[in-house]
Write a protein that binds this ligand. Structure first.
Ligand SMILES: Cc1cc2nc3c(=O)[nH]c(=O)nc-3n(C[C@H](O)[C@H](O)[C@H](O)COP(=O)(O)OP(=O)(O)OC[C@H]3O[C@@H](n4cnc5c(N)ncnc54)[C@H](O)[C@@H]3O)c2cc1C
Length: 460
């Protein structure tokens, strides 16, 4: 590999690093600290030509290729083989205020788009954490902060530049390559290495939103109250509730550290007055440990979820539910609540609204008609996946009768590679077969398999 790496290094502008070199470990590191890629070679791409060279290099040798921007969403790691392309140096970002769009290279983060869009009175369809990569999030659908109003973020994508397994850099739009365009918007990192994406922005400068922490001595009562509350809401309000022992993160106030609480996150695009009225029933539920729900500029949306900034280990997954059944919720709290055998967070995201609305431009995002997503997560090295998995499994089993699918972006490390059955559950049945056809066409040798891997059809 050493001589080969020299040939590749002569073609690319960014670093080409082998195991044992001093910068190799830094280059492959990401936000997920529980595990990481261990490639035979890593290319720190600085431009689309670097990505092309790296893909061609891998294709000629039939090596697997993985792409990493921030490492928030790694699910299957390269393990001693293959080529990892890191995109964090690809930072070109252009806002077109007249068209209401942004074009972002593969290393751009949502926080950067928020900052650059705001002076034009525009905002992106980002998710909870501003440190997430634009491309990785959009490839997985994107369950946004305002998703009940905007629908899935990937439905707003206008064009993608992608290097497919044949080494060709394609500008993919609904007109140029409709099947690939459809598959890239929800089908994950299966179809090539994306170098840039163009996506729509929305005219928005402000929100009524923030974090509400309630003492959760009776967690089931809070879940049931949240369930009732969400049935009354307009699509302009998107929210979630997370039950957990508050982590000792710098962005969580110290008095909350270790305290078991319900963290309710609110994002409402209507007036502050109307927002106060809508949130009042939650505020009446019990002692408020922290309440930052307020009128805010869109540039402060990172405050709503208070997601961690520092890399750490986390394991978990999700189910999409057609309803929240009170008895099943009781079991979920018994299994994964404050008395759980391993520490868990239980997050319920309210879907419906525009998430569920049919759209002619829709991409490959799976089950759209779910009413809620429920995620179970365990963080930190103290609770390895082998201990967490049986607890999470009990939660999913209890919810099985109401489960209609799983959301790709919220599938995290589960202690091993994702099984083909698990990947299949991320998509509607007909969509999965269509995705396989697209995969077969653009990546017949399955180079891009170090992801939520859609298998190409076998060649006869
Ligand atoms: C704290 C936290 C909060 C989150 N909040 C939300 C949320 O609100 N809504 C939501 O929908 N999701 C959310 N996610 C999930 C997140 O959107 C996914 O994990 C997403 O894949 C992360 O993208 P990334 O580029 O930052 O991460 P990476 O780990 O760098 O990439 C994830 C995967 O995307 C693919 N990929 C990335 N870049 C490329 C590329 N250029 N070309 C081809 N494939 C590529 C690869 O398969 C890669 O393994 C959250 C995750 C975390 C950890």
């Amino acid at each position: 590999m050493k001589g080969d790496a020299g040939t590749l290094a002569a073609e690319v502008e960014g670093p080409v690093l082998l195991p044992g070199s001093s910068r190799y470990d830094d280059e492959r590191a990401g936000f997920q600290a529980g595990f990481r890629h261990r490639p035979a070679l890593v290319v720190g791409a600085t431009r689309p030509e670097d990505v092309r060279a790296a893909v061609r290099f891998a294709a000629e040798r039939r090596l697997p290729v993985a792409v990493q921007s921030t490492g928030h969403g790694i699910v299957t790691a390269l393990n001693g083989e293959g080529v990892l392309i890191t995109t964090r140096r690809m930072k070109t970002l252009t806002v077109d205020p007249d068209a209401g769009t942004v074009t972002a290279q593969a290393g751009v983060l949502w926080g950067e788009v928020v900052e650059r869009s705001a002076p034009h009175g525009l905002a992106p369809v980002n998710g909870s954490a501003l440190g997430i990569g634009v491309v990785g999030y959009l490839l997985g659908g994107g369950t946004g902060l305002l998703g009940r109003r905007t629908g899935y973020a990937s439905d707003h994508v206008r064009a993608l530049d992608v290097v497919t397994a044949d080494g060709v850099l394609r500008h993919v739009t609904a007109e140029s390559e409709p099947d690939l365009f459809w598959a890239l918007r929800g089908g994950g990192g299966n179809f090539g290495a994306v170098t840039a994406v163009e996506t729509a922005l929305m005219p928005l400068t402000r929100l009524y939103g923030g974090s509400l922490h309630l003492a959760a001595d009776r967690p089931l009562d809070l879940l049931l109250a949240y369930r009732a509350w969400t049935s009354t809401l307009p699509d302009e309000l998107t929210s979630s509730l997370c039950l957990m022992a508050c982590p000792p993160w710098p962005n969580v106030p110290e008095p909350l550290h270790g305290r078991y609480a319900a963290h309710i996150r609110i994002a409402f695009t209507g007036s502050a007055e109307e927002g106060e009225r809508l949130v009042a029933p939650l505020r009446a539920l019990g002692p408020r440990l922290l309440d930052t729900v307020r009128e805010m500029p869109y540039t402060r949306v990172g405050d709503i979820y208070r997601d961690p900034h520092a890399p750490h280990a986390y394991f978990g997954g999700n189910v999409l539910l057609r309803a929240l059944d009170p008895t099943a919720l009781g079991t979920v709290v018994d299994v994964a609540g404050p008395g759980a055998a391993v520490p868990c967070s239980i997050e319920i995201r309210h879907l419906g609204g525009a998430f569920a609305r049919p759209s002619p431009d829709r991409g490959a995002v799976g089950t759209r008609d779910a009413a809620y997503m429920l995620r179970v997560m365990t963080g930190g090295a103290a609770a390895p996946p082998a201990a967490a998995r049986p607890v999470h499994r009990q939660v999913y089993d209890a919810l099985e009768p109401w489960t209609v699918g799983r959301s790709l972006n919220s599938v995290y490390h589960d202690g091993g590679p994702l099984s083909p059955e698990h990947v299949r559950e991320l998509f509607a049945a007909g969509d999965y077969e269509r995705l396989r056809r697209v995969k077969t066409l653009y990546d017949p040798h399955n180079l891009f398999r170090s992801t939520h891997n859609i298998l190409p059809q076998p060649s006869d």
